[in-house]
Every structure is written in C-alpha cells, then in structure tokens.
Design a protein around this ligand. Structure first.
Ligand SMILES: Nc1nc2c(ncn2[C@@H]2O[C@H](COP(=O)(O)OP(=O)(O)OP(=O)(O)O)[C@@H](O)[C@H]2O)c(=O)[nH]1
Ligand SMILES: [Mg+2]
Ligand SMILES: [Zn+2]
Length: 296
C-alpha cells in the first residue's frame, strides 16, 4: 500500500518503495517516473505491475499502445481508462502513427524516454465487479537485452520485472517461424532472467506456485496465421527450449497469438530506404493474454 505525507512533499516510489521528493523527475534508485508514483499515491487503491518484455522489434510498443485504446472502448465486462493524462501519451502516439499508415519508431534505449501505461481496469465476473490498476512501462528491447547480459544495468527493468505479478513475453511470430533458433534462445534467456528475478531456483518453487503468471504472446499473427491455430503447439514446434523452460519453471503459463495490423507492405522511398507500412488496424486477440493474466 502506498502512503504519502499529508502535504505530498514526498512520495514512496510505486516500484521500489524508496522515499522520493516531489521535486525530482525520476526515482534515483529505480528510475520510475515520479509522476507515476504521485498519480498512484493521490488516487490510492491497489495496483498490479504487468511487464511487457521481448526482443527489439517484437512488437511491444504497438501492442501496448493499442491495448489502452481497445480497453478504453471495452464493454462493462472488461474495460480500462487511463489513470492520468501522461498515460494517454503512448496510446496517442501509436494510434496516430497507425492511422497515418506508419509504425511507431523504435523505442530509444534511454530509460527517461520510455512511456508508461497506467490504466484503471474494471472487470465484471458474474455478480462481482473487480477493479485493478494496471501499470506497464514500454521498455526498449535493446535495454532488455543489455539488462539480461549484465543484470543491474537497467535498475528499472530489474525492479519492474520482480514486482510484476503477470508477464507478457512477446515473440515475433514471423521470426519464430523463419529464424526459430535465435528467437528461441533470446526468449529462453529472457524467461531465465524472469525466473531469477523471482528467485525460482528449483522445481519446488514452481510446484508451490511461486512466481508470476507468464503469457507467451506471438505477435504479428496477421503475417503468420499458423501461429493462431494453436499457439501452444506453435511454441512447442518452433521455440521448443522456451516452451519447455516455461512449462518447467512457471506454474501458470499460457500461449497466445495477437496481431494489430490487418495487412502490411514493404515500401521503398526515393532513396531506396525500405520500411513496412500498415494498411489498416485490425486487432486480433490483443485482450486475451491480459484477461488470462488477471484471472490467474
Ligand atoms: N505485420 C505486423 N507487423 C507488426 C505488428 N506490430 C508490429 N509490427 C512490425 O514490427 C515492428 C516493431 O514493432 P514495435 O512495436 O516498434 O517493436 P518493439 O518491440 O517496441 O521494438 P523496440 O522498441 O526496438 O524494443 C514495426 O515497425 C512493424 O514493422 C503487427 O501487428 N503486424
Ligand atoms: Mg518499442
Ligand atoms: Zn524506485
């Protein structure tokens, strides 16, 4: 539970619980933005961290940006609204880019340029209504890779992963299909990093159900329909090491396929630079992994 002084001259960091003064922009210990801790402290209530992890180019920014957009248009059963104005920035950036037929830029490796999703979710389960605060940063894939190589280099990644009750591990389904081994090895290293941060050192930890729920999500399924037929079978056929490691280490693990763009094409400009452009937004299965994480 977050507590604040009456005058809110200082806060407790929502991520690492360090005491932070209101006049600085980022927590000196873990680099979480102070505006996020302020927003949580002022609004009160519990909150769940969900990490969205994956290699560079896995589709994290597109997925997170569309997630809030879809949640905000959701039904009574499952709906989410931005908890503060800064939490709309990522949605605005991604939706505007896609509407202009462009994918967002690669996320810079500097932690102070990352955008954070902070959203108030409401869920109807039978006659019970549940609410939860969802907090998820949009990490850069490069920073995740560097943190795995040298744990502690990006304290914010380390703190958020160890605080997360649910983790979305994104894998590019096209790369999984066409370059299975490299994608498999990176994702397995990432899963091992998650297990280490949650201190899941032996099989007993998994049997006891300790550790986060892990949703392995194959992105860009519009370009790789094979991944949608049965994502768990797709995983065991194409990323066997990841599949087996997750089954062994995490008690709660499930596999999903999502897509955001209905169709895309590679276009060249006058200088010969080639870039992939989306023709229209046609989300597929974006909410399913999140619903599963919140139910497990
Ligand atoms: N076909 C298709 N391509 C997608 C989709 N989502 C993302 N892409 C492609 O994947 C690229 C990377 O997506 P991003 O969301 O920027 O990837 P990221 O994981 O945030 O990458 P970093 O910022 O480098 O960590 C985009 O530029 C698109 O070319 C999708 O739903 N369908
Ligand atoms: Mg990104
Ligand atoms: Zn902190």
């Amino acid at each position: 539970m977050i507590t604040t002084s009456k005058a809110l001259e200082h806060y407790f960091c929502v991520c690492c619980s360090a005491r932070v003064e209101h006049c600085i922009d980022y927590c000196p210990k873990c680099q979480t933005p102070i505006c996020l801790s302020q927003s949580v402290a002022l609004q009160g209530g519990g909150h769940s961290f969900i990490s969205v992890l994956g290699a560079s180019n896995a589709g994290k920014t597109v997925y997170l940006g569309l997630l809030l957009d879809i949640l905000s248009k959701g039904s009574e059963d499952f709906r989410g609204v931005a908890a503060s104005p800064f939490a709309v920035d990522l949605q605005e950036y991604v939706v505007t880019s896609l509407e202009n037929r462009a994918f967002p830029e690669k996320t810079p490796a500097e932690a102070d340029s990352w955008q954070w999703l902070h959203c108030k979710l409401s869920m109807q389960q039978g006659k019970t209504k549940r609410t939860a605060d969802l907090i998820s940063p949009d990490f850069a894939g490069e920073a995740i890779a560097m943190e795995i190589r040298r744990p502690g280099l990006y304290p914010v990644v380390e703190h958020v992963v160890s605080r997360s009750t649910g983790i979305l591990l994104l894998c590019d389904s096209l790369r999984v299909r066409d370059h299975g081994a490299s994608e498999d090895l990176f994702a397995t290293k990432l899963a091992a990093y998650i297990a280490a941060q949650h201190e899941l050192h032996d099989d007993k930890a998994a049997q006891e159900g300790r550790g986060p729920s892990v949703a392995v999500v194959f992105t860009k399924c519009d370009a790789c329909p094979e991944s949608t037929v049965d994502p768990a079978v797709f995983a065991s056929s194409n990323v066997r090491r990841l599949h087996d490691f997750c089954q062994q280490k995490f008690k709660r693990v499930a596999f999903f396929a999502t897509g955001v763009a209905g169709s895309t094409a590679l276009l060249s400009d006058q200088r010969g630079w080639r870039s992939r452009v989306p023709f229209h937004i046609q989300p597929h299965g974006v909410l399913d992994p999140l619903k599963w994480l919140l139910a497990h």
